[in-house]
Design a protein around this ligand. Structure first.
Ligand code: HEC
Length: 158
């Protein structure tokens, strides 16, 4: 009986693991699923606001772009639609190499969503640095600081 329970537990852990792995792979694949456009405020590598990451560029997929106004910003008080993907490319320095991708995807129905977004971080080769299964725990508190727009921060920059 105990053995059956243990086998069942192991099998369900394995299933969770597979599900988490797939969710991370899906989000990682979004990084290269264009077309993307860079935020007008970060056309080149730009020094960030001193948050979690240093030098960076931010880009929006086509769904996210539909929410931006003519100045390239999300209007205050509005929200990105489901399917929006925002990628922050993090660099070593102003002229440096790509170090990390920080990714947000609006998918409010997803079981891994934290405050309606999926949150993940990856090395350029795909290694998971911050799993979607954490549901943005460690991201959201900072991203909901004053002046955020639908939990995004880059529009504070300029
Ligand atoms: C200490 C504050 C802080 C934490 C923690 C943080 N961020 Fe950010 N994030 C920022 C700031 C500030 C920006 C605006 C660009 C910049 O200055 O780097 C930003 C920008 C971004 C962007 C571009 C879209 C936007 O919001 O403007 C993504 C994607 C992102 N962060 C993902 C993440 C993920 C994923 C995590 C958690 C693993 C995380 N961030 C944790 C402060 C933070």
């Amino acid at each position: 009986m105990l053995l059956v329970a243990m086998v069942f537990l192991l099998a369900s852990c394995k299933k969770e693991e597979e599900k988490e792995k797939k969710a991370n792979t899906d989000l990682y694949c979004e990084i290269n699923a264009g077309p993307y456009a860079y935020y007008s405020g970060t056309p080149v590598i730009t020094e960030g606001l001193g948050g979690a990451h240093g030098f960076m560029k931010v880009r929006f997929n086509s769904v996210a772009q539909t929410a931006l106004d003519s100045s390239g910003k999300l209007p205050t008080g509005s929200a990105f639609p489901n399917g929006s993907v925002i990628v922050k490319e993090v660099y070593n320095s102003l002229g440096g190499g790509l170090q990390l991708y920080a990714v947000m995807k609006k998918e409010n129905w997803n079981e891994y969503a934290g405050s309606s977004w999926l949150w993940g971080e990856y090395r350029p080769g795909g290694e998971v640095v911050f799993s979607v299964a954490k549901k943005g725990n460690g991201c959201i508190s900072c991203h909901s600081s004053p002046d955020h727009r639908d939990l995004t921060k880059v529009f504070d920059l300029h």
